[in-house]
Design a protein around this ligand. Sequence first.
Ligand SMILES: *Cc1c(COP(=O)(O)O)cnc(C)c1O
Length: 365
Amino acid sequence: MSNYTIDPAVNAALAAFKLPEKLGFGIVLAPVMYSVEWADGHWGKGALVPYGPIEIAPGARALHYGELVFEGMKAYRAGTPWPNLFRPLDNCHRLARSAERMAMPVVPDELFMEAIDAVAGAMAPFVPTGGGKSLYLRPFLFGTEPGYMLRNSQTFRFIVIANPVESYASGPMRVAIERRDVRAAVGGIGVAKAAANYAASLRASSSAIARGYAVALWLDATEHRYIQELSGMNVFAVIGGELHTPELDGAILPGITRDSIITLARHRGYKVVERPIVLDELLAQMASGECTEVFACGTAAIVAPIGALGDADGRDHVPRQVDVVAAELREALLAMQERRAPDPFGWTRDVAAPPVDAPWAPRAG
Ligand SMILES: *Cc1c(COP(=O)(O)O)cnc(C)c1O
């Protein structure tokens, strides 16, 4: 028996669902979601329900004070009937650290995994396969108590929605160096996967897009001298054949893909250096050819090549090569995620079998 309730309408929602030909990223929504509420100091019973609008008090603190943290993770199903997850407990533990930073209740491991397994298990037949396609899972936790008092909410809700997605890869990204706005400062909430960090980044994103770039590159808040990361991805540079990435400085979001790339690249014989990276030095090394390549990484895109770093003066700094080391690492990581290659780090984990009372559980005979 499941620990969570299954809304009777879930079965019809799943039966009516057809996986469209064109998936995009975040456009197609899974017809089911998991929801659980926190009140009186503890979590209630979760429920798998049809995807649909939720009611929220207009005075809820999530809406007024940005009391919301989230995660992004993927389930793959290439060559196997049942899907598997990539490092799901790392997402769970990062959500816990994000929640702690925001004085929100932690979602315990078992509850987090129950929610992920419930959604990914129900969606198992609809997890698209091959070529980097996957089921993207989006867990989020937010304060629901209405009130303007400047303290944390006393009631919360944790929801997991999902999207069957294509590989995010869209060719080399043009990245705009952001010299005016600041995304996150040391001591702030940059290390938390908090919605408010994205709020801080949106003006730069819009401006970058308007100038023909895909995304902004953030500099440190104090000196505007060191590179941090993109709005939703960490960055790497290939310098003298080594991989260099900004060290986690207390403002950069510790990406799980970043960590996977560091481990995987070392395993493949690369020297990987985590250090403060001065933007002007990096641009000079790109000009001299010492830095041959730059790329970004995150769950959505896995590893995304960077084709140009555009500066505020309108100049584009272009690396000597694009998507060489990035392609090697992306393919190696995806092969593990799709279980086409051995997983020496124990990163993948099967989605739990559905509860026996789930209508979509395999029946004997
Ligand atoms: C989610 C996120 C990343 C990437 O993290 P992954 O765990 O690799 O998906 C990087 N930077 C920011 C700001 C993020 O929100």
